[in-house]
Design a protein around this ligand. Structure first.
Ligand code: PGA
Length: 250
């Protein structure tokens, strides 16, 4: 069983938050200094708030982006590049979230290209994966998700912990349902094997986060499950109180 000394607790604000929401960033950052030895903390607000969030985040809280383009720059209206995220002080980017895979038709190859571009800019990609309810009920979850990760991650890693993964069963996102601790453990162990098969010993250094309706009430059990190295939190990351409630489970 892999146990990282520090867990990664990441918040994904999705398309939520106006400038007033920066108060939440400030409140989170203030409290996190108490937990610095226990974890690495990250909020990925909408791109419009990255600069403002960064100005308030201090040293205890990292700020990242929810997506980046696979190209360095160019004629891609409406997109943001990894270099732009880095320019604002962002050090993480979520790639391949199921909402982008579905809504923007992102393939494994596209997600891999985004992750590689992020690495070139010194940004750590959090590569997302997850099955539909139909796939889970058909017994296809492990095969589908491990293939997603084999195909969506860079060909090689040049240092330890250079990428992270997030396993987010699609049916658990924003629904209040979470996978059982046994199902999470089974998937995370399978993902660890996929990483070690692909990257050798370095595969052990990749954090595997769980995501999908993580809340203060269920965080303790999920965060102490085999091969769970942290959480990717959607709805419960929007308010300082609930995000900090999850952090307190560490
Ligand atoms: P949720 O979202 O915590 O609101 O279920 C998780 C995610 O999509 O990252």
């Amino acid at each position: 069983m892999t146990q990282k000394n520090k867990k990664l607790i990441a918040g994904n604000w999705k398309m939520n938050g106006l400038q007033g929401a920066l108060n939440e960033i400030e409140a989170i950052a203030k409290k996190l200094t108490d937990y610095a030895d226990k974890g690495t903390f990250l909020i990925c607000p909408p791109a419009t708030l990255i600069a403002g969030a960064k100005a308030l985040a201090g040293d205890a809280l990292h700020i990242g982006a929810q997506d980046c383009h696979s190209e360095k720059n160019g004629a891609f209206t409406g997109d943001i590049s990894a270099e732009m995220v880095a320019d604002l002080g962002g050090r993480f980017v979520i790639v391949g979230h199921s909402e982008r895979r579905e809504g923007h038709h992102e393939s494994n190859a596209m997600v891999k290209a985004k992750a590689e571009t992020a690495l070139e800019q010194g940004i750590k990609p959090i590569v997302c994966c997850g099955e539909t309810l139909q796939q889970r009920e058909a017994g296809e979850a492990i095969g589908f998700v491990t293939q997603q990760i084999a195909e969506s991650t860079p060909d090689s890693l040049s240092k330890d912990g250079e990428i992270a993964l997030a396993y987010e069963p699609i049916w658990a996102i924003g629904t209040g349902k979470t996978a059982s601790v046994d199902d999470v453990a089974e998937m995370h162990v399978a993902l660890r094997k996929t990483l070690v098969d692909k990257f050798g010993a370095r595969g052990h250094t990749v954090e595997i986060l769980y995501g999908g309706s993580v809340k203060p009430e269920n965080a303790n059990a999920l965060l102490h499950t085999q091969d769970v190295d942290g959480a990717l939190v959607g709805g419960a990351s929007l308010k300082a109180e609930s995000f900090l409630g999850i952090v307190a489970a560490l």
